[in-house]
Write a protein that binds this ligand. Structure first.
Ligand code: IPM
Ligand code: MG
Length: 399
C-alpha cells in the first residue's frame, strides 16, 4: 500500500540521515586544536544578548577590563563587541545566527556570550532556533563543561555534557507524520560520543580525580544511549587508572540530592539533554543557575556563556539592574582559564566563591531588596584586590 504520509516521512528521514553521515565524515577528518599560546592578541568576541544580557554584560566588561588591564595594554587580549545577536535582528533575518554575525564570530578565537532569547512555539516571536544551539553546531562546540563547586560541602563536580548531538541536533527538524502523530529524532554517533567521553576521561586522569560517572538511560533508550555506554566501556579501557561507573539518569538525579552520596561524584559525562537537565539541578545547590558558568569547547573555537536565560520579565518589570551577573562572570573565569590566563581566572573564581558563598556582604535577590549587578561587581573587584584573597578563601574552604 502506498501511504503518502509514510513516503513523505521516508524522504524526510533520508535527508536527515544524509546530513548526519556527512557530519560524521567531517568528524573523522583529523583537525588540529587551536593553540592560544601562539596568538597575540587572543581575540574575545563578546555578545551582549537580549533581555538582562546587555546589563550583565556591561558590568562584566567593566570588571574584566579592570582585572585584565595589563594584559589588554600589552596586547595579549582584545575584547571585540559582536553586534547583532539580538532577538530583533535574528527575527529580521529569520536566522538563528544571521550570516554576517556568524562571519564576525568566526573571526574571533573565543566567544563570551550573554543570554539570548530562545523563541518558543506559540510565543510572541517566530519559532527560530536557539542561538546557543546553532552556535554550538556551527562552530562544532562539542563539549559543554559545567563545573559546580561548593567547597565547604565537599562538592566538586565537573559535568561534560555532549553538546552537539542527542535530541538537540534535529530538534527543529522533527516531523508531523500525520496531524495525529509527532516524531522527533535523537542522534548519537560513535565519533560524537567518543570525543566527549575521551575529554572527560582525560580530565579525570589529568586532575587525579580518576573517577568518571557515565549517565544514560540505556536500559530503555537502547540504541543511542546504548552506543554512548558502549563507547564509554571502550574508551575506559584506555584509562586503566580511571575508575568509571554507569548510572541511569533517573537515579542519578535523585542521588544528587542525597548529601552523603553526592560528594562521591566527580567527573560526569552524559548525552546532551540529560546534561541540560541535570546541570540546572546541580547549579541549584550552588545558589541557582544564575551562579553557574558554561564552557562550550570545540577544536577550533570555544564559547563561554551564562547558563540562565535572558529573563525578559525582569526588564518589563523594571528590575534589570538587579540581575545577577555572576553566571557570566564565572563563564569569563572559565574562558580565562581555557586561554591560558590561569592566575587571573583563579582570582576571579575565588572572589566569586567568597562573595557568594562565604562573606555574602552583598546578596543579589533579583529585586530591590538586594544588591544591583553593579554593586556586586564592585564588591567582587574589591575582594580580588584584597591582599588577603587567598587567605580568606582557604579559611572558608577549611570551615
Ligand atoms: C542551556 C540552555 C539551552 C539548552 C537553551 C537556552 C536552548 O538551557 O544552555 O542549558 O537547552 O542547551
Ligand atoms: Mg539548560
Amino acid at each position: 500500500m502506498n501511504n503518502p504520509n509514510i513516503q513523505k516521512a521516508q524522504e524526510h528521514l533520508a535527508k536527515l540521515i544524509q546530513v548526519q553521515l556527512a557530519r560524521i565524515e567531517k568528524m573523522k577528518a583529523a583537525q588540529n586544536w587551536i593553540n592560544y599560546d601562539t596568538l597575540k592578541p587572543v581575540i574575545i568576541g563578546f555578545c551582549w544578548g537580549d533581555g538582562i544580557g546587555p546589563l550583565i554584560s556591561q558590568e562584566t566588561q567593566r570588571l574584566l577590563e579592570e582585572l585584565l588591564k595589563e594584559e589588554i595594554a600589552q596586547g595579549k587580549l582584545l575584547f571585540r563587541t559582536i553586534e547583532g545577536l539580538t532577538i530583533e535582528n535574528r527575527v529580521k533575518h529569520m536566522q538563528a545566527i544571521p550570516n554576517d554575525v556568524l562571519a564576525e564570530l568566526k573571526k574571533c578565537h573565543v566567544i563570551l556570550k550573554a543570554p539570548t532569547t530562545t523563541p518558543e512555539k506559540g510565543g510572541p516571536y517566530p519559532n527560530i532556533e536557539s542561538a546557543n544551539v546553532a552556535m554550538r553546531r556551527e562552530l562544532d562546540l562539542f563539549a559543554n563543561i559545567r563545573p559546580v563547586k561548593i567547597p565547604r560541602e565537599g562538592i566538586d563536580w565537573t559535568f561534560f555534557r555532549e553538546n552537539t548531538e542527542g535530541e538537540y541536533i534535529l530538534g527543529s527538524q522533527g516531523l508531523m507524520v500525520t496531524e495525529d502523530m509527532a516524531m522527533d529524532f535523537k542522534v548519537i554517533t560513535k565519533q560524537g560520543a567518543e570525543r566527549i567521553i575521551r575529554m572527560a576521561f582525560d580530565f579525570a586522569a589529568k586532575t587525579g580525580l580518576n573517577h568518571v560517572t557515565v549517565v544514560t538511560k540505556a536500559n530503555v533508550i537502547k540504541t543511542t544511549d546504548g552506543l554512548f555506554l558502549e563507547t564509554a566501556e571502550r574508551i575506559g579501557k584506555e584509562y586503566p587508572q580511571v575508575k568509571w561507573e554507569g548510572w541511569y539518569i533517573d537515579i542519578m538525579t535523585a542521588k544528587l540530592v542525597d548529601p552523603k552520596r553526592r560528594t562521591q561524584f566527580k567527573v560526569v559525562v552524559l548525552p546532551n539533554l540529560y546534561g541540560d537537565i541535570i546541570t540546572d539541578e546541580a547549579a541549584e545547590f550552588q545558589g541557582g543557575v544564575g551562579t553557574a558558568g558554561s564552557a562550550n569547547i570545540g577544536m577550533q573555537y570555544a564559547m563561554f556563556e551564562a547558563i540562565h536565560g535572558s529573563a525578559p520579565r525582569m526588564i518589563t518589570e523594571g528590575r534589570g539592574q538587579y540581575a545577577d551577573p555572576s553566571s557570566l562572570i564565572r563563564a569569563a573565569a572559565m574562558m580565562l582559564q581555557h586561554i591560558g590566563f590561569q592566575a587571573k581566572a583563579q582570582q576571579l573564581e575565588k572572589a566569586l566563591v567568597i562573595c557568594q558563598q562565604f562573606e555574602k556582604k552583598l546578596v543579589i535577590t533579583g529585586r530591590n531588596d538586594g544588591a544591583t549587578g553593579r554593586e556586586f561587581c564592585d564588591y567582587l573587584m574589591t575582594t580580588i584586590k584584597s591582599p588577603r584573597l587567598n587567605e580568606i578563601y582557604e579559611g572558608y574552604v577549611k570551615g
